[in-house]
Design a binder for this molecule. Structure first.
Ligand SMILES: Nc1ncnc2c1ncn2[C@@H]1O[C@H](COP(=O)(O)OP(=O)(O)OP(=O)(O)O)[C@@H](O)[C@H]1O
Length: 232
């Protein structure tokens, strides 16, 4: 059967007919002006054709047919009062007002999503706990190191002596041979007196031109950080 374009046809009622198969696409191609479509009790089957979303339908009766699968949600399908779908086997999805069951093919997707979220929560909280523990350990170690630092908190070593070259020069009588104590690999040691005779010190003059002198000086500073010497 062939039907030409019937764009002005507003209402089509083919209910109570023994039609079968899928809804013919002719409705979309030739009946674009259709507002009311009654396909009830016609024995149509298959998936609901999505093209019915595209035409300006205001009423759609699909009751008592054999439709199945995912129900569309747009166009006339977005209005629960405009459609009738009673007694159709295995319809699912659609707008929530229709209270159709969730479609089985979309369910695993949702389940996957929610189960991956459920997996993420303990993972993230574990990570957060680890970061927190590491942070606390670092803070604890820093505090401990600060306490153990002899230069800062020791009661007998609670200061750093600030002296100028001039102070040392006069303390050692201009680095005189009379004050000379001895030589090391990279330095010469002089005895000196600071603070108007109150403090006896050993002054180490490093020969920075000598190769390795700076490295030796740095490792000596490092060692001095950890030991105490009555002359230092
Ligand atoms: N604080 C000090 N009080 C008294 N004498 C010191 C003091 N420091 C060094 N001396 C004397 O100066 C000498 C040279 O010391 P220095 O520290 O320059 O070299 P070293 O450590 O003995 O040798 P190297 O530089 O090869 O390691 C020492 O042998 C020591 O006799």
């Amino acid at each position: 059967m062939e039907i030409g374009p019937l764009n002005n046809l507003g209402k089509l009622d083919v209910s109570n007919n023994m039609l079968s198969g899928k809804i013919p696409s002719i409705i979309y191609s030739s009946l674009r002006g259709l507002e009311k479509l009654d396909l009830s009790r016609t024995n149509f089957s298959g998936q609901n054709p999505r093209f019915l979303q595209q035409i300006s339908l205001k009423k759609l009766n699909l009751s008592l047919n054999q439709f199945e699968g995912q129900f569309p949600t747009e166009g006339v399908f977005s209005n629960a009062t405009a459609i009738s779908i009673t007694v159709n086997k295995n319809l699912c999805g659609g707008i929530p007002e229709l209270k159709l069951p969730t479609c089985p093919n979309t369910e695993p997707k949702g389940r996957d999503k929610s189960s991956s979220i459920k997996l993420m929560i303990p993972l993230l909280s574990g990570l957060l706990a680890q970061v927190l523990i590491m942070y606390l350990v670092i803070i604890f170690r820093l505090k401990k190191a600060k306490k153990e630092s002899p230069l800062i908190s020791s009661p007998t070593w609670g200061f750093l002596l600030r002296v100028t070259h001039e102070n040392l020069f006069s303390a050692t009588n201009g680095f005189s041979s009379a004050n000379f104590i001895g030589n090391g690999s990279f330095s010469s040691i002089y005895e000196g007196v600071l603070d108007l005779g109150e403090r006896l010190v050993a002054v180490k003059v490093i020969n920075i031109d000598q190769r390795g002198a700076f490295k030796s000086f740095m490792s000596e500073c490092e060692a001095l950080r950890n030991i105490r010497h009555r002359n230092h």
